[in-house]
Design a binder for this molecule. Structure first.
Ligand SMILES: Nc1ncnc2c1ncn2[C@@H]1O[C@H](COP(=O)(O)OP(=O)(O)OP(=O)(O)O)[C@@H](O)[C@H]1O
Length: 300
């Protein structure tokens, strides 16, 4: 599972995000930083509302600066600034980064067959691809995610396929243009745990084979342990701990990380055990484990 050391494909520095009017703002990200190197599997973990999804959506350009959304800081793909980037950045990001979402069925368009959606995805990577070539590639991509009858799946609407099948379709679409980075926001949490585990396994296998970096967003450290090389722990919009997966599991230092670890065996409900309303160590600097400092960026 070890990643080859190389430059970061994604670098987020001091990201701050607030919602609201100029006079009444709620800050939800308080200066978070993270990086994902080429080929690496990195997890961003935290409970509901901690700021995982907004971080991913900002990185994907899905959350735009508006009178009610104020974002500052830096998000770079391959050293290209993206937070305030224009069309060129959006185009580059489109080819370099893909995202999969919690609920595959609602992420796919219900009014178009999978075939049309797949063609659009492939053409966003290369506008010259004709229908036949797109269909050939789509069938191959679906076969790679073990969809038994790709032709039939292409002729289906999302609601005609199971949640697990839709998740596989989404993974196939997301990887179709060979992105350098896949952002996976709680993939499969809308599905049952067996299907979720299968699709995560599949995603791991495919990205490992292709050398695709992954930023996995999850509230579940059990899932993360199986998947990630490194982990960032986010708590109320702040990074509180960062280390390799082994470091975090063997030597968790922040009380919040310990609480998350203690919650792993719980199958449902109950929330985190004994977590104070405001952690006593909340204001301490983020714990960064040995060897997990910021990457040295290549010179321009
Ligand atoms: N468009 C919005 N307007 C106002 N507040 C928002 C908006 N989107 C998110 N928030 C707030 O930002 C905070 C972080 O939300 P976010 O969705 O990133 O959490 P999360 O860690 O991904 O949780 P979950 O696991 O439940 O998705 C939450 O307090 C949420 O209520």
């Amino acid at each position: 599972m070890a990643a080859t050391p190389s430059g970061p494909v994604l670098t987020i520095r001091d990201l701050r995000l607030a919602f609201g009017t100029r006079r009444h703002q709620t800050e939800v990200l308080h200066g978070i930083s993270l990086h994902v190197r080429a080929g690496e599997k990195v997890a961003l973990v935290g409970e509901s509302g901690s700021g995982k999804s907004v971080t991913a959506r900002l990185a994907m350009g899905l959350l735009k600066e508006s009178p009610r959304t104020h974002a500052t800081g830096s998000i770079r793909f391959d050293r290209i600034e993206a937070i305030s980037g224009g069309r060129e950045i959006a185009r580059r990001r489109g080819n370099r980064v893909a995202m999969i979402f919690q609920d595959p069925t609602s992420a796919l368009n219900p009014t178009f067959r999978i075939r049309g959606q797949f063609r659009d995805v492939l053409r966003s990577g290369d506008r010259r691809i004709g229908d036949d070539e797109a269909d050939r590639r789509a069938e191959a991509a679906l076969a790679e995610v073990s969809i038994p009858d790709p032709k039939r799946a292409l002729d289906s609407y999302a609601f005609q396929l199971s949640g697990g099948m839709n998740q596989r379709v989404m993974i196939a679409m997301a990887l179709a243009n060979r992105p350098a980075l896949l952002i996976a926001d709680e993939p499969g949490t809308a599905l049952d745990v067996t299907v979720q585990a299968q699709t995560l396994g599949l995603m791991h296998e495919l990205t490992e084979r292709r050398g695709t970096a992954v930023l996995l967003i999850s509230h579940n450290l059990g899932v993360v342990r199986e998947f990630a090389d490194r982990v960032y722990v986010i708590y109320r919009g702040r990074m509180v701990e960062h280390g390799t997966t082994a470091q975090l599991f063997h030597d968790p230092r922040h009380p919040y990380t310990r609480a998350l670890l203690a919650a792993i065996p719980k199958i449902s409900g109950g929330g985190l055990p004994d977590l104070p309303e405001r952690s006593p160590d909340f204001d301490q600097p983020m714990v960064v484990h040995e060897g997990c400092g910021e990457p040295v960026e290549a010179r321009p």
